[in-house]
Ligand binder design. Structure first.
Ligand SMILES: Nc1nc2c(ncn2[C@@H]2O[C@H](COP(=O)(O)OP(=O)(O)OP(=O)(O)O)[C@@H](O)[C@H]2O)c(=O)[nH]1
Length: 304
């Protein structure tokens, strides 16, 4: 996640370097004996904690206005306390703004911006909690669950896709829907029986789940077709995840009760909704389905 924020980190590193250079330009390094080590530990500790909060925040959040407010607030506090620390090792003439002005301006400003950010974060959390509560309630009340695999069914997929699309659009993040469909599953059913086919579908569901991130959602869309919703994921990353899932499924050695080993290839189709996209869940499903069918046709062209 932190890679999404490299420009913010670069700006903070530049601001920190600038305060060091400016302090050195207008002041002199204090003699060893006059340094107050207790102040260094206290002020350095505050600065270090502000930097850690900033890293934890950036590492756990997508880009967006709430993240911008939280990181700006913490960055101002960090730069302010860092300048305070500089005062302890570089003697700066009284009266200059750098002497205490940066610290007494940035610190309160940072606290105000952080407070506004925390307020919006709180509102965002309430919204997500409400959405999650509703999702769980729907799951329980309407039993939108596939009885064979225990995964959500097509109705659940559509409902969740809509909710996750809204969430991603709020955060200005893309979302990708990935469909995975086994090739020639019909032959497995005919050769080993439906019971084996059922067990294979169940085990594949578990295998795919193990290969997903915590934020992803897996549903059984139909028959031998699984759907994976990848929030905060653009086309490039989704392509890599699809490749990993394909490899995991294709390397899965399913053992039948008769002791035979069966391998299955899989076809995929995906559709990405950009952050400002007005795509409905249905439109995304249709686009992914068309791509899946095109991928199937490439493997075994259908009769015209
Ligand atoms: N065992 C089992 N089979 C199922 C279930 N639901 C659907 N199927 C079977 O899945 C197969 C799906 O057939 P197709 O859509 O033609 O898929 P396929 O044989 O993989 O062919 P391609 O996708 O074109 O490669 C059919 O044989 C269905 O009977 C299920 O719950 N259990």
């Amino acid at each position: 996640m932190i890679r999404l924020h490299k420009w913010k980190l670069l700006a903070i590193a530049l601001a920190t370097n600038l305060t060091i250079l400016l302090s050195l330009a207008v002041g002199d390094i204090k003699p060893w004996a006059s340094i107050d080590w207790l102040d260094i530990i206290g002020e350095g500790g505050v600065s270090l904690l502000a930097a850690l909060w900033l890293v934890f925040t950036l590492n756990s959040r997508p880009t967006g206005s709430v993240t911008n407010l939280l990181s700006l607030g913490l960055a101002l506090i960090f730069v302010g306390t860092f300048q305070d620390l500089m005062d302890e090792v570089i003697a700066i003439e009284d009266g200059l703004f750098l002497r205490g002005g940066i610290e007494s301006t940035l610190m309160p400003l940072g606290l105000v911006v952080l407070t506004v950010g925390l307020y919006h974060w709180h509102k965002e959390q309430l919204l997500f909690t409400e959405q999650r509560r509703k999702r769980e309630q729907d799951f329980r009340e309407y039993r939108m669950q596939d009885t064979l695999t225990g995964l959500g069914d097509a109705r659940f997929l559509k409902q969740q896709l809509e909710a996750l699309q809204t969430q991603c659009q709020l955060n200005h993040q893309p979302l990708t829907l990935l469909l995975l469909d086994l090739d020639h599953f019909d032959q497995t059913n005919r050769r080993f029986g439906h019971r084996e086919g059922d067990r294979l579908l169940r085990e594949l569901g578990e295998l795919i789940l193990l290969n997903l991130r915590r934020c992803d959602l897996l549903c059984r869309y139909a028959g031998d077709r699984f759907a994976v919703v990848l929030p905060n994921t653009g086309e490039l990353l989704a392509g890599q995840l699809a490749e990993q899932l394909t490899r995991a499924v294709e390397h899965f050695a399913y053992k039948t009760n008769q002791g035979e080993t069966v391998y299955h290839s899989v076809s995929t189709g995906m559709a990405t909704g950009a952050d400002k996209s007005e795509d409905s869940a249905q439109a995304l499903i249709e686009r992914a389905t068309l791509r899946l069918l095109a991928a199937k046709d490439l493997k075994a062209p259908r009769a015209a």
